[in-house]
Design a protein around this ligand. Structure first.
Ligand code: NAD
Length: 357
């Protein structure tokens, strides 16, 4: 049983905690919070032991009537691995804390690649974390995860000569009231190419990829407009068959009538996905086109959740508890990853189970 602590219980942290709880080979030691807000209340309601992330603020929890299981040092001490889900830049500062107790740690995409021993994507480079010398691993960002999952099979099957991606990025998460734009379309970053391509290269170092970014007034998902020049020119059906084999790629069938990210999220909620999460890249089947050696497609990425299965796999990888195939299959089975439309004639469970099931 791998003992897992979660430090930082926001958008990513709460989902990681739920996902860890759904794995029979893992035990959630607890979650660390900075303050006793509504998310702390939700953690208590779920029965997660709560630890004060900032010891000096422990009294705030007591004053709010919330019992603490301890402070952050206690959580780190008891955990085999801590998943650090704190805001960008804080994770790097926490490395000393994890070193103090010789505890392995996973960081998120907001941290710099230089702050860790390895950057991780389960599909593309799982084994990079299975090394005794690796203490700190970064699960790359939502966009980099979505691109790595797509590029790895395309490169293996047809060879990628050059990938060019326009990332149409949501302005903020639904709960981020202070983010924007509210009524604008921003080149973001305005410099071309954007940093996303080099970030994909921390996973797939030899991939020839250029990216540009735009930010729009939306909160639900990102949209990638993808153009890949391939070494071999496949048919659309060959591409479709290849992508269909990947459990973390969902080919959105045209017959489903899903026309955008709003309807994708509605589909996820209607089918019982927790928080309406879409762990898979959502690739519009109708957008798949091949012109000579150029493949085109649109894919949407649910920024709040596509990295969650990857965090679960990174836990097993950094603990060397399973090989790539075993871990990805376990994660997919326990969470219910592998969304398929019933229009394809295949029904799959799409909701996670609890560890006790
Ligand atoms: P968030 O703001 O929703 O959650 C962060 C949580 O950490 C908050 O609850 C905050 O109160 C808490 N926190 C702040 N300082 C802390 C400290 N010192 N110790 C412990 N907890 C602390 O942020 P998020 O969106 O979950 O992002 C976390 C990380 O995940 C970042 O690196 C981010 O770049 C990355 N990420 C975010 C998304 C996304 O779309 N939200 C997607 C992929 C990766």
């Amino acid at each position: 049983m791998i003992k897992v602590g979660v430090n930082g219980y926001g958008t990513i942290g709460k989902r990681v905690a739920d996902a860890v709880r759904a794995q029979p080979d893992m035990k959630l030691v607890g979650v660390a919070k900075t303050r006793p807000n509504y998310e702390a209340e939700a953690a208590v309601r779920k029965g997660y032991p709560l630890y004060a992330a900032i010891p000096e603020k422990s009294d705030a929890f007591r004053n709010a009537g919330i019992d603490l299981a301890g402070e952050i040092d206690d959580l780190v001490m008891q955990s085999d691995v801590v998943v650090d889900c704190t805001p960008s830049g804080i994770g790097e500062q926490n490395r000393e804390l994890y070193r103090r107790y010789d505890t392995r740690a996973l960081f998120q995409g907001g941290e710099s690649a230089d702050a860790v021993d390895a950057s991780f994507n389960a599909r593309a480079n799982y084994d990079v974390a299975r090394n005794d010398d690796v203490q700190f691993v970064r699960v790359v960002s939502c966009n980099t995860t979505g691109l790595s999952r797509l590029m790895a099979p395309l490169d293996e099957a047809f060879g990628v000569e050059k990938a060019r991606i326009t990332l149409i990025r949501r302005g903020g998460d639904p709960a981020d009231a202070s983010r924007g734009p509210i009524n604008d379309i921003l080149p973001d970053p305005v410099t071309v190419p954007s940093h996303h391509g080099p970030d994909v290269n921390t996973i797939l170092p030899d991939l020839n990829i250029d990216t540009v970014g735009v930010k729009v007034p939306a909160t639900l998902m990102h949209l990638h407009s993808v153009n890949v020049t391939l070494s071999e020119a496949p048919s659309v059906d060959e591409v479709r068959d290849l992508l269909h084999e990947e459990s973390r790629l969902f080919l959105v069938p045209d017959i489903a009538g899903i026309g955008g990210t709003g309807q994708l999220k509605e589909f996820a909620m209607d089918t019982g996905r927790p928080r309406g999460d879409l762990w898979e890249n959502c690739i519009w089947d109708e957008s798949l086109s091949v012109e000579d050696n150029d493949l085109y497609l649109f894919q949407s990425i649910h920024q709040e959740s596509d990295v969650i299965p990857e965090n679960v796999d990174a836990i097993r990888a950094i603990m060397d508890a399973a090989d790539q195939q075993e871990s990805m299959e376990k994660t997919d089975e326990n969470l219910g990853v592998g969304l398929e439309s019933v229009f394809g004639g295949v029904r799959k469970r799409i909701t996670p189970r609890n560890a006790d099931d």
